[in-house]
Design a protein around this ligand. Structure first.
Ligand code: SF4
Length: 356
């Protein structure tokens, strides 16, 4: 059964007409539904008894449940969100160091087909794509939990399970609902899509002109290292994804961020820092250095770990000395297996249902 997250105002108007109801209520119903984080109190809307019954019977229920919650010492909250068919994905809420706000992270696919060697989300491959409503429901769960913490959900990244650009239409549709001031109300500039670099889809996203951010998960400046970590690199090598990132900037006026998961003895050498600085020449993108969050053995059986702090600082110093804008992004939720895909792995099929 669908929920109201499956509709935009135009689609809901058609649904109401098909049910013999007055369609003029559609926009207000959806506005209230989002305002109440997907728990519509019908008393707040003056609709007919018949329409109220129609909504209760056909549209009001959420299609997802929170199966597991895991809270870290630093306040990071990880949710395992389950759907009717048994699929489950992860969503994460990260309270900011600034009072009153929080950042959210949602998944776009159940599992992931990309096979990145350091990532737990891909261990079971791709199970299926999420539909737009399932992505929007993650946003509403996060918004509800942020409200309960007394914080405003300020930003949302598509950096959870899955490669968002391989589920392009659903992700773009979900973003349109989440950012719409009359629906999710988050704002376009508050949304970031993260990709390992599917070049044609980066160009396609730029052409959508959504005014959102793009994050490019680079993780290595040379093809040999990157192909080992991110198999997609064999199809779209470093030179091609960097060219796509520059085209995205030219087309949209928005400079992508470069994400660099730094891994001990793999991509943390001074030579690789120099190579990365070379790639950033005349490109004002911000480089986020993210210490590797260990997941145990990766897809190839390799166990990855973060370099020592001094090594990371040396890497950062080289970038900055070459004029690159770079920061270390501290990992969050280390004590709750916060790396993407770990909660689902941990839960396996033995989670304790909490209800949503
Ligand atoms: S890092 Fe992202 S793209 Fe790569 S396997 Fe994990 S979820 Fe998929």
């Amino acid at each position: 059964m669908p929920s109201l997250t499956d509709y935009d105002p135009c689609q809901l108007r058609s649904e109401l007409v098909a049910g013999g109801h007055n369609p003029t209520h559609a926009a207000r119903i959806l506005r209230e539904y989002y305002r109440q984080n997907g728990r519509l109190d019908l008393v707040s809307i003056p609709v007919t008894r018949e329409l109220r019954q129609h909504l209760q019977i056909h549209l009001l229920s959420r299609r997802s449940k929170i199966l597991l919650k895991s809270a870290a010492m630093d306040g990071t909250l990880k949710l395992l969100v389950g759907f009717d068919d048994g699929a489950a994905v992860e969503s994460v809420l990260m309270p900011s160091f600034r009072a009153g706000i929080a950042a959210g992270c949602v998944s776009s696919q159940v599992g992931c087909p990309m096979g990145c060697d350091f990532c737990a989300s891909t261990r079971r491959g791709l199970e299926r794509n999420l539909d737009p409503g399932e992505i929007v429901e993650q946003f509403l769960h996060l918004k509800e939990h942020a409200d309960a913490m007394g914080r405003k959900l300020q930003t949302l990244v598509f950096m959870g399970m899955g490669e968002p650009l391989l589920n392009f239409e659903a992700v773009v549709t979900a973003i349109r609902r989440i950012a719409d001031p009359n629906l999710g109300g988050l704002g376009w500039r508050q949304v970031t899509v993260s990709t390992v670099g599917i070049v044609p889809e980066i160009d396609r996203l730029a052409a959508e002109n959504l005014n959102i951010h793009l994050a490019l998960s680079l993780h290595a400046p040379d093809d040999a290292t990157r192909s080992r970590l991110v198999p997609a690199n064999r199809r779209y090598p470093v030179s091609e994804i960097m060219a796509a990132a520059r085209r995205f900037e030219t087309t949209t006026g928005r400079t992508p961020n470069i994400e660099y998961c730094i891994i001990r003895d793999v991509n943390d050498s001074p030579e690789q820092a120099e190579m990365l600085a070379g790639l950033m020449k005349d490109f004002r993108a911000h480089v986020n250095i993210i210490p590797c969050n260990p997941i145990g053995a990766g897809v190839s059986g390799t166990v990855y770990s973060a370099p020592l702090r001094e090594r990371i600082l040396e890497f950062l110093d080289i970038l900055r000395s070459r004029g690159v804008v770079a920061h270390i992004r501290e990992t969050r939720g280390d004590d709750i297996n916060a790396a993407c895909g770990q909660l689902r792995e941990m839960a396996n099929d033995n989670y304790v249902p909490l209800g949503s």
